[in-house]
Design a protein around this ligand. Structure first.
Ligand code: PLP
Length: 371
């Protein structure tokens, strides 16, 4: 099998599984219990928390362990204490865990402004500056697009926002950034930063919300008062420790992983260019993601045809739909044909890719489907 959908999720590394195994089989104690083995587990969790904060250089922030980035993004919206008449800004490129959340608040009378994307996939900062006013309570703009890999200049966006309204809360979804590109929360100036373990070879079911120390967090879950009362429910210790291990490995190898994946992405583009297949690249930024639009073919049909060759990719547009349902590519100004012909391939730094052969299979599959 050739797995080319690492933006969706990644395989757990052996070292991560080993660490988790320890906390599932041996140090399995409830981190809130008071006997010595449980106190050791609590210490491990708190150490992981502090080290994760250090990894993203967040000296004015705290870290809340949550079940996933979706929960973190929802917690941010809840914590912004939005009321009817308030205004929030999100980009057109946001992941559904932000975009759909904004829509829910819109149903409750909150004004939601959606910032345009440039053809490159980054947000249109001029449009953002136009839409930003003193009424805006929350801005949420992702750091790296999960669709195209486009990288937003969060520091600049944060500066624009805070200049207009120093009290505005600025959040960035860092799910496709953390462990892959440099992140310095202090430098970005954001109030919230979101991470998810399963995008960096950690387990599913664990993520983190990094939030500025003086911000009031509104819990989504009430109960036993874990996580300082901000997220009740017995801590997912194996998940937390697996996340921490995956993060350590990602940070240690970040530079070499980046360079390796950059080469792979370039090689894919070169091979596609040599193959005679007509295609275009959507967006440019993080090398871990390559969004392509193939001419005269539906992405979904190609996805299933490639699956027969055990090549796994993803696509944003649904085959059954007459209309494009990829709001992000549409927001970038891509044509209907480009949206429908979209396939996203995404890499990791651990697999070896026989790029020539993979592109050959792509090309012959496309030719066959067109024929
Ligand atoms: N944000 C981005 C940019 C993502 O790529 C994803 C996952 O696809 C999420 C949020 C949601 O992550 P989780 O699966 O941890 O909820």
């Amino acid at each position: 099998m050739i797995y080319l959908d690492n933006a969706a999720t990644t395989q757990c590394l052996d070292g991560v599984v080993d660490v988790m195994n320890n906390y599932l089989k041996h140090d399995y104690f409830n981190a809130s219990s008071v006997y010595a083995p449980a106190v050791k587990v609590r210490r491990d969790v708190e150490n992981a928390r502090n080290e994760l904060l250090d990894m993203v250089f967040a000296s004015n922030h705290k870290l809340l362990f949550v079940s996933c980035a979706t929960e973190a993004n929802n917690t941010i919206f809840e914590s912004a204490t939005l009321r009817s008449g308030d205004k929030i800004i999100v980009s057109a490129g946001e992941h559904p865990s932000v975009f759909e959340c904004a829509k829910q608040f819109q149903n409750n009378g909150v004004e939601v402004c959606v910032v345009d994307l440039l053809p490159s996939g980054e947000i249109d900062e001029e449009d953002f500056a136009r839409k930003m006013d003193r009424r805006v309570k929350l801005v949420s703009v992702m750091m790296v697009s999960n669709e195209t890999g486009a990288v937003n200049n969060i520091k600049r966006i944060c500066k624009i926002a805070k200049k207009v309204n120093p009290r505005v809360l600025v959040a960035t979804d860092g799910v496709q950034a953390f462990g892959k590109i440099d992140v310095c929360v202090d430098d970005l100036g954001v109030d919230f930063f979101v991470m998810s373990a399963h995008k960096i070879h950690g387990p599913k079911g664990i993520g983190a919300l990094v939030y500025r120390k003086d911000i009031h967090i509104s819990p989504l879950l009430w109960g036993g008062g874990q996580e300082n009362g901000l997220r009740s429910g017995t801590e997912n210790v194996a998940g937390i420790m697996g996340f921490f291990e995956a993060a350590k490995l990602s940070m240690k190898n970040q530079k070499s992983n980046f360079e390796k994946v950059q080469k792979i992405r370039d090689e894919f583009i070169d091979e596609f260019q040599n193959s005679g297949v007509k295609f275009s690249v959507n967006g440019n930024g993080s090398p871990f993601i390559l969004s392509l639009s193939f001419d005269g073919i539906r992405g979904e049909v190609l996805l299933h045809a490639l699956e027969e060759h055990e090549i796994l990719v993803s696509t944003g547009s649904a085959c059954s739909s007459k209309h494009s349902d990829n709001r992000i590519l549409s927001a970038m100004g891509k044509s209907q044909a480009e949206v429908l012909g979209n396939v996203r391939i995404s890499f990791n730094a651990h697999d070896a890719y026989d790029v020539k052969n993979i592109v050959k299979i792509f090309a012959s599959t496309i030719e066959k489907l067109k024929g």
